[in-house]
Design a protein around this ligand. Structure first.
Ligand code: KG4
Ligand code: ZN
Length: 365
């Protein structure tokens, strides 16, 4: 089955055609019935540089850019033969989501194809469980969804979300912890801005922090930050206090380049300490057999390495799946893979005549 997928939830316009085939016929996607993906075409246009001047994503600008970019990108897909159209329904910026939905609806109607709404966070989660290869430029990339032992614990970390999601049965999700205020990506972006770094700030902070670690094995910076909710009894997290603490720590100071690097490292350390502690707690409490991370912040090298260390040391019986780096950020491949996984499993109740954008759509709904 071939799916044309459209993603416009935030500041990336994505279109992809992915083919999915199922060997065997039964769930789960275990040894007997793996699912294979092949990316036929992938197009992605980032608006990040445009939004950089506002220090974050500006919804109406995003909407206008999607409106302009979708038909341009679609030119490459005009002759593609597909069996269904998938589109991100939410969560995200509603004006931006609507652009993708209206476009996808038109495609589906013109070609008499089913329209499959997809939850953006499920896209991050499922595509992170897929083992990808041939990653060069994404096109021709292939993937396998197989041998996943349930329950799966997912840590989804992006610019809009930070949540621990438990999947006991395929496509049934329970949020067992989440941020009480800001998403972690937002905190990275805001603190980067305080340091005079460009948007999106996550990769910038990560780059500086790495330089500080290379210069000194031990942290030598004098500015310290709190580890919010580190010892609370839940898997919830909070980043607004950390952001404010960063603001106060930096107020009235003119940091040297080295001091900026140390501060970026302290911030990344603080966030990572919290994720390591809460992941430990979540794994102990749920007995999950598979742990996966997804979302834009899942590209962060230090967070990836620190969680890997935790699993190696304390949870050797848990399988840790890390997403392919080229698709941690928003893209349409992940939307296609989630749609295909559901449809090929026969567990899809999602094909709709009409789709509505839902800005605050939960993965557990
Ligand atoms: O999933 P995503 O592309 O968009 C949303 O759905 O929000 O995530 C974007 C977020 C931004 O906040 C960006 O700064 C962050 O992911 N990010 C990173 C890294 N790369 C991207 N944060 C930390 N370290 C990174 N290497
Ligand atoms: Zn995302």
């Amino acid at each position: 089955m071939r799916v044309l997928a459209i993603e416009t939830s935030c500041d990336e316009t994505g279109i992809a055609v992915v083919e999915g085939t199922c060997q065997g016929e039964a769930l789960p996607f275990g040894k007997a019935s793996p699912l294979f993906f092949r990316v036929h075409k992938n197009a992605l246009l980032s608006q990040a540089a445009l939004h950089a001047q506002y220090g974050g994503v500006y919804p109406n600008l995003a909407k206008r850019e999607h409106e302009k970019n979708l038909p341009l990108l679609f030119e490459q897909f005009r002759d593609e033969k597909v069996d269904a159209v998938a589109v991100t329904k939410g969560p995200g910026l509603e004006p931006a989501l609507w652009q993708g939905i209206v476009f996808a609806e038109k495609m589906a109607k013109e070609r008499s194809l089913p329209l499959v709404p997809v939850n953006h966070m499920e896209g991050h989660l499922i595509s992170s469980l897929v083992r990808h290869s041939n990653i060069l430029q994404n096109v021709g990339m292939s993937g396998e969804l197989r041998d996943v032992t349930l329950p799966v614990l997912a840590l989804l970390i992006s610019g809009g979300h930070t949540e621990f999601v438990l999947m006991r049965k395929w496509f049934k999700y329970e949020i067992i912890g989440e941020t009480l205020d800001d998403a972690v990506g937002e905190a990275f972006d805001k603190v980067a801005r305080m340091l005079g770094l460009s948007y999106p700030g996550g990769p910038e902070i990560s780059r500086l922090a790495e330089q500080s670690r290379k210069a000194n094995a031990e942290s030598t910076g004098s500015l310290k930050l709190p580890r919010p909710m580190l010892n609370t009894n839940t898997c919830d997290v909070s980043f607004s206090g950390l952001k404010t603490a960063a603001l106060y720590a930096l107020r009235g100071k003119d940091l040297s380049e080295d001091e900026k690097k140390d501060f970026a490292r302290e911030f990344e350390d603080a966030v990572t300490d919290v994720f390591v502690a809460k992941t430990r707690k979540a794994l102990r409490e749920t007995g999950a057999q598979t742990f996966v991370i997804g979302g834009g912040v899942a590209a962060n090298k230090f967070i990836r390495e620190s969680l890997q260390k935790l699993i190696d040391q304390d949870f050797s019986d848990v399988e840790f799946r890390l997403p392919e780096l080229s698709i941690t950020g928003d893209n349409a491949i992940m939307i296609a893979e989630a749609a295909l996984a559901r449809r090929l499993s026969g567990l899809d109740d999602n094909a709709k005549e009409e789709v509505r954008a839902v800005g605050n759509l939960s993965i557990a709904s």
